[in-house]
Design a protein around this ligand. Structure first.
Ligand code: ACO
Length: 448
C-alpha cells in the first residue's frame, strides 16, 4: 500500500467545561496564572455519566456513520489510553459492541498504554499493519481516549477530556513520511500512576517540563539526522509548514517551539536570520544541562521565535487551549485544530508532530498532506469534526459544581453496584453515556 496515513477523523469532547479564569479565582491563584501563565482558556471534564469508554463509543460510531463506513470494513482497531478502568479488559473490547452487532468479530489489535504516548503507538501499529504483508485490504481504526484529572492543587487546571478516532488506509490525504521519525525513550519518574486506588497521577511538575523539553531536543536531533541522510541536506524549521505538539498546556508548547528555534541556531541552520543568531549567540556556549533552567535563554528564544510560532504553531492550539490536556488525544486534537483552521491551504504541505508520554516515550514524525477525495478530503474532515459548533454549544460549570463533580468521581472510581443519574440532558443526540455498574463491576451504557 502507498501513501498510508489518516484518511478520516472525528473528535468528541464532553459538553461540560469550566473556564480557567473562574477556576483561577476559585483556587485563589494569582490573576492570569492559568490563562496567561499556563496559556489555557477552558477545560473539559466528564461528569458521572461519561468516561473514556462512553467517549470512545461515541466517537467511533460517529466516525463510521458520518463517513459512511460499513463496520465490516474495519480489520484492525487499536486504542491508546492511560485512563485505567480495568487492569485486564481492554477498551477495545468494549468498542467491539459496535462491530459484533454488524457481524464483524475479525478485528486485530488491543490497547496501548504509556501516558500520553499510547495513541501514537496505536497509530504506528495501524499504519505499519496497512504497510505490511499481513494487511488484508481493510481499514485500520485508531482511537485515543482519555480523561485527565488531577488532585486539588497546581496541576488541576492542566486536566481535560476527549476521544479522537482516526481511520487509517492507503492513498491518504494525511500520509506518513515513514522514514522521517526520531524517538527518545528513557526511564524517568516525572508523571506516573502507581496508586491503583486513585485515578490521579503522581506528578513532579518541574521535572516533567524538563523531561518534555529534553525529549523535544533529542527527537529533533534524531529527526534532523535522518532527514539529512535521506535528503542529503540540512533540515530546519523552514522545511515544514506547521509544527504540532502534545499539549499538556499551551505555555509548554510555546517553550517547545522556542527550543526548536534555539536548536536551529545551535546547528547553525541557514534559515536562521542574523538578528536571531546575534541575540542567541551568548547562550550557544552554555552546557546543555543548564539550558533547560536558564530564564534569560527562555525569554530571548521565545521572543526570537514568536513570529514563526504565530505562523507555524498558533493554528494548532485552538482545541488544546479550549479543552485542556486530553492525554493520548492531545496531540491529535492539536492536529485537528490545524485541519479546522487551515484545511483549504494544506495541500502539498509538510506537518511535523511531536508526541510525548511521561515515563518517558517520545517521537517526532512527519506527515505530508494533499486535498484528498470526498469523503476522505481535508475539507470534509473539517466539516465532519465541526469543531466550532462543538466548542460553542458547551455548558460552562461554576467552580463549585466542577469541584463537586471531581469529588463524586473520586468516590466512584473503582466502585461497583451503583446506578448513575442517567441524566443525558446536556449530551447531544448520538452520545453514549454510563447508566450502571453492577455488583460484578460490569458497566452498562446507553445511547442518547
Ligand atoms: N500571570 C501570568 N503568569 C503567571 C502568573 C500570573 N499571575 N502566575 C504564575 N505565572 C506563570 C509562571 O511564571 C509560570 O510560567 P513560566 O513557566 O513561563 O515561568 C506559569 O505561570 C506556571 O506557574 P508555576 O508557578 O510554574 O506553576 P506551578 O508550578 O504551580 O504548576 C505545572 C505548573 C507544574 C505545569 C502544574 O500545573 C503541573 O504539574 N501540571 C501537570 C504536569 C504536566 O502537565 N507536565 C507536562 C508534561 S507531562 C504531561 O503531559 C502530563
Amino acid at each position: 500500500a502507498k501513501n498510508v496515513g489518516i484518511i478520516a477523523m472525528d473528535i468528541y469532547f464532553p459538553p461540560t467545561c469550566i473556564q480557567q479564569e473562574a477556576l483561577e479565582a476559585h483556587d485563589g491563584a494569582s490573576k492570569g496564572k492559568y490563562t496567561i501563565g499556563l496559556g489555557q482558556d477552558c477545560m473539559a471534564f466528564c461528569t458521572e455519566v461519561e468516561d473514556v469508554i462512553s467517549m470512545s463509543l461515541t466517537v467511533v460510531s460517529s466516525l463510521l456513520e458520518k463517513y459512511g463506513i460499513d463496520p465490516k470494513q474495519i480489520g484492525r482497531l487499536e486504542v491508546g489510553s492511560e485512563t485505567v478502568i480495568d487492569k485486564s479488559k481492554s477498551i477495545k473490547t468494549f468498542l467491539m459492541q459496535i462491530f459484533e452487532k454488524c457481524g464483524n468479530t475479525d478485528i486485530e489489535g488491543v490497547d496501548s498504554t504509556n501516558a500520553c504516548y499510547g495513541g501514537t503507538a496505536a497509530l504506528f501499529n495501524c499504519a505499519n499493519w496497512v504497510e505490511s504483508n499481513s494487511w488484508d485490504g481493510r481499514y485500520g481504526l485508531v482511537v485515543c481516549t482519555d480523561s485527565a484529572v488531577y488532585a486539588d492543587g497546581p496541576a488541576r487546571p492542566t486536566g481535560g477530556a476527549a476521544a479522537i478516532a482516526m481511520l487509517i488506509g492507503p492513498d491518504a490525504p494525511i500520509a506518513f513520511e515513514s522514514k522521517l521519525r526520531g524517538s527518545h525513550m528513557a526511564h524517568v519518574y516525572d508523571f506516573y500512576k502507581p496508586n491503583l486506588a486513585s485515578e490521579y497521577p503522581v506528578v513532579d511538575g518541574k521535572l516533567s517540563q524538563t523531561c518534555y523539553l529534553m525529549a523535544v531536543d533529542s527527537c529533533y536531533k534524531q529527526f534532523c539526522c535522518k532527514y539529512e541522510k535521506l535528503e542529503g541536506k540540512q533540515f530546519s524549521i523552514s522545511d515544514a509548514e506547521y509544527f504540532v505538539f502534545h499539549s499538556p498546556y499551551n505555555k509548554l508548547v510555546q517553550k517547545s517551539f522556542a527550543r526548536l528555534f534555539f536548536d536551529d541556531v545551535l546547528r547553525n541552520a541557514s534559515s536562521v536570520d542574523e538578528v536571531a543568531k546575534e541575540e542567541l549567540g551568548p547562550f550557544l556556549t552554555l552546557p546543555e544541562s543548564e539550558t533547560y533552567q536558564n530564564r534569560d535563554l527562555e525569554k530571548v528564544s521565545h521572543q526570537a521565535a514568536k513570529p514563526l510560532y504565530d505562523a507555524k504553531v498558533q493554528p494548532t492550539t485552538l482545541i488544546p487551549k479550549q479543552v485542556g490536556n486530553m492525554y493520548t488525544a492531545s496531540l491529535y486534537a492539536a492536529f485537528a485544530s490545524l485541519i479546522h483552521n487551515k484545511h483549504s491551504t494544506l495541500a502539498g504541505k509538510r506537518v511535523i508532530l511531536f508526541s510525548y508520554g511521561s515515563g518517558s516515550t517520545a517521537t517526532m514524525f512527519s506527515l505530508r498532506l494533499c486535498d484528498g477525495q470526498h469523503p476522505f478530503s481535508l475539507s470534509n474532515i473539517a466539516t465532519v469534526m465541526d469543531v466550532a459548533e462543538k466548542l460553542k454549544s458547551r455548558h460552562k460549570f461554576p467552580p463549585e459544581k466542577f469541584v463537586n463533580t471531581m469529588k463524586l468521581m473520586e468516590h466512584r472510581y473503582g466502585g461497583k453496584d451503583f446506578v448513575t443519574s442517567k441524566d443525558s440532558s446536556l449530551l447531544s443526540p448520538g452520545t453514549y453515556y454510563l447508566t450502571e455498574v453492577d455488583s460484578m463491576y460490569r458497566r452498562f451504557y446507553a445511547k442518547k
